[in-house]
Design a protein around this ligand. Sequence first.
Ligand SMILES: Cc1ncc(COP(=O)(O)O)c(C=O)c1O
Length: 424
Amino acid sequence: MENIQNRALKVFPAGTSNGEYGLTEERIVVIEKGVGCHLWDTRGKEFLDFSMAWGSCLVGHAQPEVVEAVASQAPNGSNFAYLNSHVLALAEEIQRISPAAERIRFCASGTEATMYCLRLARALTNRPKILKFEGAYHGANETGVTSLFPQQAPDYPRPELTSAGTPAVSDYLLVAPYNNLAEARRIIFENKTELAGVIVEPLQRCTPPKPGFLEGIRETCTEAGVLLIFDEVVTGFRLAYGGAQEYYGVIPDLIAYGKALGGGYPIGAFGGRVDIMEWTNEHRIGTDDYVWMASTLGGNPISTTAANAALTVFRQPGTYENLHRLGAYLRDGMSKVLALRQINGQIIGDGPLAQVIFSADPVFDYRSTKKGDSVKARALMLALFDRGIFLNPMSTKLYISIAHDEAVCDGMLDRFDDALEEIA
Ligand SMILES: Cc1ncc(COP(=O)(O)O)c(C=O)c1O
């Protein structure tokens, strides 16, 4: 059989089917099976998974309730592109626990969910501009990928393109530093006649908000008459069952979900106040008050039955206490290893998230994160990969799931220590 690296490289740029791994060629593997927090490749090598499909498998791979739900729906059809009992129940549950989501619509990814939120903000305010925070990712749409990894540190609020092919974004995107309320307020008020919305990852990548930051942004948006959008694609159902809204106690005007909600199946959802979401009401087509929204796979019964099963699992008592306890266990363990080895570094994150930064300076925004030694961080990620830790060496955020436990984290900590020895 032809070697899999060659096959993958002949058909995929960088040998990757869906982007963003940046693994070296000789490390390319083909994953055959995932159960809980374990993966196996086609050569039988086992990995401890600390990516969990970029966080979308918070419930664990092949989680039995999710598998059963999908298996029972599959013979009855996979998509009707229309209302079905699973999507209805799921929407009711989201509405019950998400104060921002008075009305909801479904799509197939987080990228689409944030895109619709941005479009609605522009429609409702009749203004063109959006403010994002530097270093935030909101999906592969133009807003999401701009000022994502800026190299030049342009003056705020000027954006820097991260992707070629997106030049028009410079006309409508403003950028502010995360966790700097004064600067964000200044930019919002200076631009308020043109500004439709502010989009924020409540916990940006792996950097928690400073006390008062999200509350201050909420207050500023209300004062300026600008809509606040929470991108809860990562934080939703992860920091708490009610996501960042519950965890931080701040309610946006519009909200985007994805990832963990789908129990490992493709999903996106967005919601907002009734008056905002009414703009997507098709009875308005032909008027100036209509926002186009349509998704062939949105709300399909396979993804939504998986989501309902995942949410049932998440609602079991102790889920979030365990996720937070285990996240703290991992971060503390990694911090101790760094300290014992007298390495200049720190572990950031909250809940079931962790990231290594090779800098001892406080980390609170993109530019402070960037002070970390990124060459060393990549070397560490690759050394961990070689030791059977599955992760994305480009985005150094580690995800744990409800399938992880202390023994798995201990396995990670041993390999972390060993990997640091190798890269020293
Ligand atoms: C915060 C955030 N928003 C949006 C997205 C996009 O989600 P998707 O990849 O499902 O389009 C991601 C994906 O990583 C994300 O981390």
